[in-house]
Design a protein around this ligand. Structure first.
Ligand code: NAP
Ligand code: GDD
Length: 323
């Protein structure tokens, strides 16, 4: 029997990689998209004829219930969220509606329609925030540092709660930062690789960044979506940290990306105090031992390979766009 999956956030970075991965495994893939005056399908255009897209919104409970009734998926991947941390200080209530309560709306819809549907929640290493220990694993206490992080803590615990209250197959994947050529340009890796490409091709001189000392455990999105799927194939639902176990600073990212294009970053990068955050997550490094042991999951792309992949993709794209 063909398995059906429903992905919320299918137009985002992870949604595009997950959709491609599931299609490759023979799934019938459905995506939830919200109405916009201009389509946001850029990342999934190459898959469009193999996907079924449905309009619904995380804010609208009835639209979600109707969608799950119509599709009757075997698996739901809840990736949709307001996912950019700085925006969460500008729009804390909206972030709470999408990123926190949106999870309950999804879980309620699954509970009402069919409790046997398997559910994946996109939780985040941002929940560890002001880290209590290093590396961070599944039982490291949370100390979120942004309205986004606080909303994700809610999303995590409501997922655990529905599992415990209703015996639903609900998993929370605590994913550390993962990047790719499809990453939004506001996130630091893509901002840097896009900036490198534009500077290399003479379209821009300077790149303004915030805190160069922040450290992250950066992996490749294509590797991380495999962990999401594997979580839903287990006998029992559980929560997993997904990370590379290596951390690097924004400064190291910048050095590597500019260096790969033959540029000296010191001549181009300026720091802008406006880009510093009201409260920062200074460092993150995950311990994915449980995912390794139970899921057999391992990242295939390392940090240097990821940065090279992103710089090369942006160089090619900017060259093409510049004619
Ligand atoms: P992304 O590129 O920002 O994509 C977010 C998606 O959510 C988009 O498809 C967006 O649709 C959709 N969305 C937002 N609000 C919605 C609403 N009200 N109704 C329906 N759809 C809505 O994020 P990503 O990097 O792929 O991340 C996927 C998920 O993993 C997010 O929940 C994120 O918080 C979480 N996460 C990401 C990382 C990471 O490093 N990437 C790490 C940990 C957790 P539009 O196209 O219409 O905007
Ligand atoms: N965006 C951005 N822009 N970040 C900068 C900049 C800049 O110009 N300069 C320095 N940084 C620093 C930020 O202060 C932060 O410490 C780090 O770079 C990473 O920022 P982002 O790439 O915006 O990612 P994030 O870690 O805040 O959040 C991402 O990862 C989370 C998982 O830990 C997002 O994808 C979240 O949705 C995800 O949950």
């Amino acid at each position: 029997m063909t398995r059906r999956a429903l992905i919320t956030g299918i137009t985002g970075q992870d949604g595009a990689y997950l959709a491609e991965f599931l299609l490759g495994r023979g799934y019938e893939v459905h995506g939830m998209v919200r109405r916009a005056s201009t389509a946001t399908f850029e990342r999934i255009n190459h898959l469009r004829d193999r996907l079924t897209l449905h309009q619904a919104d995380l804010l609208d409970q009835l639209s979600i219930v109707n969608l799950i009734r119509e599709v009757r998926p075997h698996e739901v991947y809840n990736l949709a969220a307001q996912s950019f941390v700085p925006t969460s200080w500008l729009q804390p209530l909206l972030t709470g509606e999408f990123t926190a309560l949106g999870v309950t709306r999804m879980l309620e819809a699954v509970r009402l329609v069919d409790r046997d549907i398997r559910f994946y929640q996109a939780s985040s290493s941002e929940m560890f925030g002001k880290v209590r220990e290093e590396p961070q694993h599944e039982s490291t206490p949370f100390w979120p540092r942004s309205p986004y992080g606080v909303a994700k803590v809610y999303g995590h615990w409501i997922t655990v709660n529905y599992r415990e209250s209703y015996e639903m197959f609900a998993c929370s994947g605590i994913l550390f930062n993962h990047e790719s050529p499809l990453r939004g340009k506001e996130f630091v890796t893509r901002k840097v690789t896009d900036g490198v490409a534009r500077i290399k091709l003479g379209l821009q001189q300077k790149l303004k960044l915030g805190n160069l000392d922040a450290m992250r455990d950066w992996g490749f999105a294509g590797d991380y979506v495999k962990a999401m799927w594997t979580m839903l194939q287990q006998e029992a639902p559980d929560d997993y940290v997904v990370a590379t176990g290596q951390k690097h600073s924004v400064r190291q990212l910048v050095e590597l990306a500019f260096g790969h294009a033959g540029l000296d970053w010191r001549q181009h990068v300026e720091t802008d105090p406006a880009l510093f955050r009201p409260a920062e997550v200074n460092t993150l490094r995950g311990d994915a031992a449980k995912a390794r042991k139970v899921l057999g999951w391992r990242p295939e792309v390392d940090f240097a390979g990821l940065v090279r992949m992103m710089v090369d993709a942006d160089l090619e794209r900017v060259r093409r766009e510049a004619g």
